[in-house]
Write a protein of this length. Structure first.
Length: 168
C-alpha cells in the first residue's frame, strides 16, 4: 500500500490506516472537502446567474409589451379627442373650420403613440442583441416577435396619423 493513500478511496469519513501516523492527513481531507464544496457552490452560482439573466430578459420583454399597450392607449385617446371635437362642432349645427385645436391635439397624441411604440422597440432589440452574445434565449421567446409587433403598432399609428392629417 502506498505511503499516502487517497482518503476518498477508503470511504466517506475514513482517514485510512496511515492517518494515525500522518498528522497532515485530516487537514488534507478537510481541504479537499472545502475545494469540493467550493466547486459545487460555483456551479450553483452559475446556474443562479443564468436564471437571473433569463428573468431579466423576460422582464424587459414584459416592459416592452406594457409600452406597446401604452402606445395603443395614447393613439386611441388621440382618436377620441379628434372625434370629440368633431362631435361638438356638429351638435351646435355648424360645420366648423378644418384644423381645430382638437384635430391638432388628436394628431399630436397619435404621433406620440407612434414614438412610444418605436423607441422601446429599438431599445428592446438592442438589449436582445447584447443578451444573445452571452446567454441563450428563454424557451419560446424569439428576439424578433416583440419588436415586429411593436413595428406593426407603429405602422398602424402612422396610417392613422396620415388619415387624421388628411382630414385637417
Amino acid at each position: 500500500m502506498p505511503e499516502h493513500s487517497d482518503p476518498r478511496q477508503d470511504g466517506p469519513g475514513s482517514l485510512g490506516p496511515e492517518s494515525e501516523n500522518d498528522p497532515e492527513q485530516p487537514q488534507l481531507v478537510l481541504m479537499q472537502r472545502m475545494v469540493d464544496l467550493s466547486v459545487q457552490r460555483t456551479r450553483l452560482a452559475e446556474q443562479r446567474t443564468e436564471m437571473s439573466a433569463e428573468r431579466s430578459y423576460l422582464n424587459v420583454e414584459r416592459t416592452l409589451s406594457v409600452w406597446i399597450r401604452t402606445a395603443l392607449a395614447v393613439m386611441v385617446v388621440g382618436i377620441a379627442v379628434d372625434r370629440f371635437g368633431l362631435s361638438l362642432l356638429q351638435t351646435h349645427g355648424q360645420r366648423g373650420p378644418n384644423g381645430t385645436a382638437s384635430d391638432w391635439i388628436g394628431a399630436a397624441l397619435v404621433a406620440l403613440g407612434v414614438l412610444i411604440a418605436v423607441i422601446p422597440s429599438v431599445r428592446f432589440a438592442s438589449y436582445s442583441r447584447i443578451y444573445r452574445r452571452t446567454h441563450t434565449l428563454p424557451h419560446r421567446h424569439g428576439p424578433f416577435m416583440a419588436p415586429a409587433f411593436a413595428a406593426l403598432v407603429a405602422l398602424f399609428g402612422v396610417v392613422l396619423l396620415v388619415l387624421l392629417l388628411m382630414t385637417l
